[in-house]
Design a protein around this ligand. Sequence first.
Ligand SMILES: [Zn+2]
Ligand SMILES: [Zn+2]
Length: 373
Amino acid sequence: MSKLVMGYWDCPVCGAKEIRGDVTNCPSCGRARGDVQFYVKGYQEGQNLREEELSHFEQLDDEKAQTFSKNPDWYCSFCNSLNSDNAKFCNNCGSSREDSEANYFEMLQKKKEREAAEAAAQPQPSSAQAKPSRSPMKILLLILLAVIALFIWMNGNKTSGDLTVTGLQWVRNINIEENRMYQESDWSLPAGAEQTDARSELHHYDKVFDHYESVQVPYTEQVYDHDEYTLVDNGNGTFSEVSHPVYRTETRYKTEQQAVYVPVPRYQTKYYYNIWRWTPSRDVTASGDDHNAVWPEVELGENEREGQRTEAYAFTVEHIGGKEAPATYRIAESDWMNINVNDKLYITSKRTGALPFISDEKGNKIADIVQVK
Ligand SMILES: [Zn+2]
Ligand SMILES: [Zn+2]
């Protein structure tokens, strides 16, 4: 059976400490208790207690407990003192209870609200000293201008003039393929292959159901363990012991049937065969430094054929002042045919890193560059 526990209060007028809850006037200054908050000595609000710990506090016997009403004290609006729920008139000033509205808890709530309002009304030194910050619109505008400027610059061209063509290059290449025989194996015979053998070989394993097996599978359950108690302010100088159940986690096991699988080997026919494949084997190359590009003469051996053809056309330019190293550019054959040694030309490059191009003095494109060497 839960019992009442004696509460205590401190006198807000003279500062006397630890006055029992059944005392309504301060023993030091004689004032009736008013704006007080009850507490239990050695107990923090909300703290959980084991049953055996309850006896550390001042539990009231039944006879004493019956002298307290179950309800909180009422708060006299005229003299601000607390009176027992049993009293019809203020113990301190004699006013009728009917003229007062608040009880102990409402008095505490109002007190808290009043203190919060007072704290909010205090000037905040930190905000008063804060510097007026630059307006966010201004910063946004600056960032936007910077982005636009960067974009214009990136998109801009840089035209290098005073370039003289100092050389032409061309390269034409024919790759020669040889028909070679390979010895291979696979699960099927490709078209054109000459089979040399066929054997049954392990292809893969299948997981096949074999039987069921009982296994113990753990699971957890919340089990009632014991009660714990908090001491709750009754608002009349006493506290009640309020019990809360406490659970513990227990691991239990249940039996489940689990399927057991076994690996079963699967065999298939593997084919061994010879197969002829055209394979890149050598290059025949022609090159020169004039406009007379030709394909090289090809002499095919036995089991040979012509494969892929590749070609490249380029020119080299140098600055007349000679400040920069000579540069070589690849261009399409038709454009290359129009370029001659000692030509003056301009190369325009984009700052974005796109391929440069041959241009006139003002940066207008004349011909694309295929690839920068
Ligand atoms: Zn006092
Ligand atoms: Zn009163």
